[in-house]
Design a protein around this ligand. Structure first.
Ligand SMILES: Nc1ncnc2c1ncn2[C@@H]1O[C@H](COP(=O)(O)OP(=O)(O)OP(=O)(O)O)[C@@H](O)[C@H]1O
Ligand SMILES: O=P(O)(O)OC[C@H]1O[C@H](OP(=O)(O)OP(=O)(O)O)[C@H](O)[C@@H]1O
Ligand SMILES: [Mg+2]
Length: 283
């Protein structure tokens, strides 16, 4: 039975559960359930605090886990990324009151409040900056107003929390984060066929979320130009139509490009242009 760590709370928990459900795995019905066995898929899910997941996985007690890249790096645990999952995307940045500091170099001698002490301490050490770090559990943006620190380092997505606290970002992002599947560093998990199957299922969900299937009819003489617009992942399927001057084309296209491609195909003379969603996929 494959043993997988899943976030039990916070920003990662909902989207991780949805992705696993889309990949055909059973998910817990109540947020108090700590373990769920899915016998049909031979998987056991352990619902753990996102911050703890890299530690469990690095210990080898669990085969793989879903967590945030920032949490993985902050933990310092001997675990590494297997697959980025495209949700809970965020940056990790310094912020301060406008006009107080302009670059991380100005942090010398100041105090930085953060929930991600590991990342901040390493970043300061790498840059040779001598600053104090104070650990707070959350709502870090308030630390400056209350005089606990002059600078914060925190997760920034839309920037709304910073704006509401009257803060602005300082310097470039320290890192870009998103949800990731992790395994123990140097472990053999990637060779495990069950792990490979799990990753293929999640990759299938990512593809189904990113692509639509496009079908259209086009006059044979315009086929090459049409195929250039819809090259597909490998090569589009071309089927003959009863009217010999026309062919039918079927190809996967990125959802974000679909409307533009439909316009271009129409201009080229394509007709009966349809897109349909993909529910699941194995590439
Ligand atoms: N607003 C956000 N947008 C995108 N990702 C976020 C956001 N806030 C936190 N994350 C990501 O979620 C993970 C942190 O999850 P965690 O459960 O520890 O914190 P949280 O989502 O802020 O929940 P909590 O309410 O317990 O603080 C990190 O990977 C972080 O990058
Ligand atoms: O840039 P934004 O879109 O505003 O998102 C970033 C905010 O979201 C998270 O906070 P959360 O609401 O989880 O509260 P917390 O600080 O207590 O973790 C994170 O810690 C930031 O504060
Ligand atoms: Mg939070």
């Amino acid at each position: 039975m494959l043993r997988i760590a899943v976030p039990n709370k916070g920003s990662l928990s909902g989207p991780a559960g949805e992705m696993l459900h889309e990949a055909g795995y059973q998910q817990r019905k109540a947020s108090k359930e700590l373990v769920l066995v899915d016998p049909e898929n031979e998987v056991e899910f352990f619902y753990l605090r996102p911050r703890d997941i890299a530690i469990y996985v690095s210990s080898g007690r669990l085969d793989i886990g879903i967590t945030g890249r920032d949490l993985l790096l902050d933990s310092g645990a001997r675990a590494e990324e297997l697959l980025p999952l495209g949700f809970a995307r965020s940056t990790f940045r310094y912020a301060a009151k406008p006009g107080t500091i302009t670059s991380p170099d100005d942090l010398r001698g100041l105090t930085v409040a953060t929930s991600y002490e590991g990342i901040v301490a390493r970043h300061l050490a790498d840059k040779g900056i001598d600053a104090s770090v104070v650990h707070l559990d959350g709502a870090v943006e308030t630390a400056i107003e209350l005089g606990v620190a002059q600078v914060i380092a925190d997760v920034v997505e839309t920037g709304t929390s910073l704006r509401n606290a009257g803060l602005e970002v300082v310097g470039e992002p320290i890192l870009q984060s998103e949800a990731v599947v992790i395994r123990r560093s140097g472990g053999e998990e990637q060779e495990n066929p069950k792990v490979q199957q799990f990753l293929r299922r999640l990759q299938g969900v990512l593809v189904a979320r990113t692509y639509v299937m496009m079908d259209y009819d086009i006059r044979a003489e315009h086929l090459e130009e049409a195929v250039a617009l819809t090259p597909g992942l490998e090569s589009p399927t071309i089927s003959p139509l009863h009217d010999q001057g026309w062919v039918a084309v079927r190809s996967m296209v990125r959802t974000s490009d679909a409307q533009r491609i439909m316009d271009d195909l129409y201009d080229l003379g394509a007709r009966a242009i349809l897109t349909t969603g993909i529910h699941a996929c194995r590439l």
